[in-house]
Write a protein that binds this ligand. Structure first.
Ligand SMILES: [Zn+2]
Ligand SMILES: [Zn+2]
Ligand SMILES: [Zn+2]
Length: 150
């Protein structure tokens, strides 16, 4: 009988989750993909390319990070998050983001901890655009103090 403590069990669950996600989205299981996806699962806020360049310096080059993020974006694993940092950030999609992205939720940027968080349950209100304007994407950023910092 093998005894598994909770830490190891959680780690295994996490690995299962990562492999499942990559398989569901028809991506080959590579170490870089697993590694980068793990960061998204562990951090419930938006992450930028430079975040990964810093975390993975020495083990993964810029181009690989860029390509990995693009493949996640294209297959509905992550979505783009625009905040006021000037960097494009990315966050995990809901499980229902296949085959197309459909994001109408608000993003919240905390002025204290600088995290940008998906508020999945807060919908962006509908807008009436003037005639002749055909909207494609919409994003709404709220800045303030998050629940952790308040
Ligand atoms: Zn999505
Ligand atoms: Zn905060
Ligand atoms: Zn989001």
């Amino acid at each position: 009988l093998v005894y598994l403590n909770t830490d190891i069990q959680n780690k295994l669950k996490n690995e299962d989750r990562i492999e499942d996600k990559l398989k569901t989205h028809s991506l080959r299981l590579t170490d870089h993909r697993k590694n980068i996806l793990n960061f998204f699962i562990k951090n419930p806020f938006a992450l930028s390319q430079s975040f990964f360049e810093e975390k993975l310096s020495g083990s993964c080059d810029r181009i690989t990070i860029y390509r990995t993020l693009r493949s996640f974006l294209k297959t509905g694993i992550i979505h783009k998050v625009l905040d006021d940092s000037g960097n494009i950030k990315y966050a995990l999609c809901n499980e229902n983001c296949l085959p197309e992205h459909h994001h109408e939720h608000v993003h919240f940027k905390c002025e204290r901890c600088q995290r940008t968080i998906c508020l999945q349950d807060v919908a962006i209100p509908e807008l009436n655009l003037p005639e002749g304007f055909d909207g494609n994407e919409i994003s709404l950023l709220v800045t303030g103090i998050c629940e952790r910092c308040s």
